[in-house]
Design a protein around this ligand. Structure first.
Ligand code: 4FM
Length: 259
């Protein structure tokens, strides 16, 4: 897949392609994820490399100009055509978008890719959005200073789902949200963690029992408990999607009487 990123800060992206498990997704002659950066300032048409201007109607803050964005998008379309790989949908990151979900990430990760528009300043001229943007995505109900961190978030989430990126082929099948529930807690050595003041903290004994079925049931119950406590709306969604077993429902019924 390929991500074409339109940004005023292309230098933010490359370091992420060089680190961690996701590095493998960007490496080699035929990488699972091709990252192409399109520095917006190169598409300005004046000597000052201007890509923003004041808002009609007044008020504080600058607006990103349509024309440099359209020139960048035309260059991307030409490049995609030359590579025999386009056109991919245009995504804009904004608090006004639909919240990003693992379901959307999974679908994108299996697609040919997307053009990611990273806004800066107070906003983007609405006419660019109306003409070219296929989807607006939000990372959450808070305000960032630009779309670069959301773009990197989406690229990271998609890169780790590419074949051969995670060490364990199944490790993302156990992620939070991959089955619509939060992840269970994890433990490693030491078995008993000494404490300066109170009692030592032991690993839950079932995890040392070697009973794989009991361990799987305990983990599932931990997932259900944590999700019920912190994100009850995800329990409702899992139920509606038919993803809760009879054993899950029994456990949840029991939780309500003794959380
Ligand atoms: C968006 C700044 C567009 C400038 C932003 C422009 C955000 C979010 C966000 C800030 N994006 N989820 N929350 N963007 O705050 O996705 Cl032009």
């Amino acid at each position: 897949m390929r991500f074409d990123v339109v940004t005023l800060f292309p230098e933010l992206f490359e370091p992420f392609t060089r680190i961690g498990v996701t590095r493998r997704a960007f490496e080699g002659s035929a990488p699972a994820v091709q990252l192409r950066l399109w520095p917006l300032r190169e598409f300005a048409d004046d000597a000052y490399r201007r890509v923003d201007d004041r808002a009609y109607g007044g008020g504080p803050g600058m607006v990103m100009l349509v024309e440099p964005l359209e020139r960048a998008l035309s260059a991307i379309r030409a490049d995609q055509q030359a590579a025999g790989s386009g056109p991919t949908p245009v995504i804009l990151f904004s608090p006004a978008g639909r919240p990003l979900t693992q379901q959307r990430v999974t679908a994108l990760a299996a697609s040919p890719g997307a053009v990611l528009i990273c806004g800066r300043y107070e906003g983007i001229d609405q006419r660019f959005i109306d003409r070219h943007v296929d989807e607006e995505i939000s990372l959450g109900d808070y305000v960032l200073s630009g779309g670069e961190l959301p773009a990197l978030t989406l690229i990271d989430a998609a890169a780790r789902l590419q074949a051969g990126v995670l060490n364990d082929a199944q490790s993302h099948e156990q992620d939070s949200f991959s089955d619509g529930l939060l992840d269970c807690p994890h433990y490693s050595r030491p078995e008993v963690l000494a404490s300066a003041a109170g009692e030592p903290d032991a690993v839950p004994p079932v995890l040392l029992s070697g009973h794989h079925a009991q361990i799987a049931r305990w983990r599932r119950e931990q997932q259900l408990r944590l999700t019920w406590l912190r994100r009850p709306e995800l329990i409702a969604a899992a139920r509606a999607a038919g993803r809760l077993s009879k054993a899950d429902e029994r456990f949840l019924a029991q939780l309500k009487s003794a959380p």
